[in-house]
Design a protein around this ligand. Sequence first.
Ligand SMILES: C=C(O[C@@H]1C=C(C(=O)O)C=C[C@H]1O)C(=O)O
Length: 189
Amino acid sequence: MATRIPMNNESVSSTAGTTRSIGRLGPLADVVIERIRVSDEVAASKFGTASPIEDPVREEQVLEQVKKQADAAGVNPDAAVAFFRDQITASKVVQKGLFARWTAHPEEAPTTRPDLGQIRVRLDRLTTDLLQELKNTERLRDKPVACEVQLALAIRSGAALERLDPLHRQALNVATRSVCRSSGPAGQR
Ligand SMILES: C=C(O[C@@H]1C=C(C(=O)O)C=C[C@H]1O)C(=O)O
C-alpha cells in the first residue's frame, strides 16, 4: 500500500519557526532546531547571574512531563525520555558554548536578559510539539535505513536553511542521535 508522504508545510507544529527542513523528518527537525535556538535565550537569561547552566530539578520536571504526555499520546515513554535527554544535553552544549564565547568576547555578550520563567513556558509547548512529531514519524523511525536517509536530509537542510554555526550544528547532531532507534523493538537495528 502506498504511504502518503506529508508535505512539509503540513507540519503540525504551530509554534515552529519558518524553517522548512526537507523530507519526512523535516517537521521534526524544524522543532528540534527551534528548541536549540531557544537555548540561546536560556543562555542569555543565565549569563552573568547565579543561575547555573545545569538545573537537575528542572530537568526532572521536563522528563516527568514527557513521560506523562508520551503515555497519553501513545508514544513509547522510554524512547521519548531518551530523545528528550538528548534535547536537554543539546541545550547545555549550546549554553556552555555561548558562555565560553561571551566570556572570551564580552562585546558579543547579550545586553538584555530574557526571563527564564517565560522561556520555560515556551519550552513546555515545544515538548508537546516534539512529542506530536515523534508520534507522526513513529513508523518511519522503525525503518533504520529509510530513517537515517531522511534524518540526514532533514538535519543537513535544516542546518543550511538556518545557517547554523558549528556549535549549533553540534547541538543538532546530539539532539537527533536517537531519532532512528527510538521506537523500534529491541534488536531491530
Ligand atoms: C534549558 C535549561 O537549561 C538546562 C537544560 C534544560 C532543558 O533543556 O530542558 C533543563 C534544565 C537545565 O539543565 C533551563 O534551565 O531551563
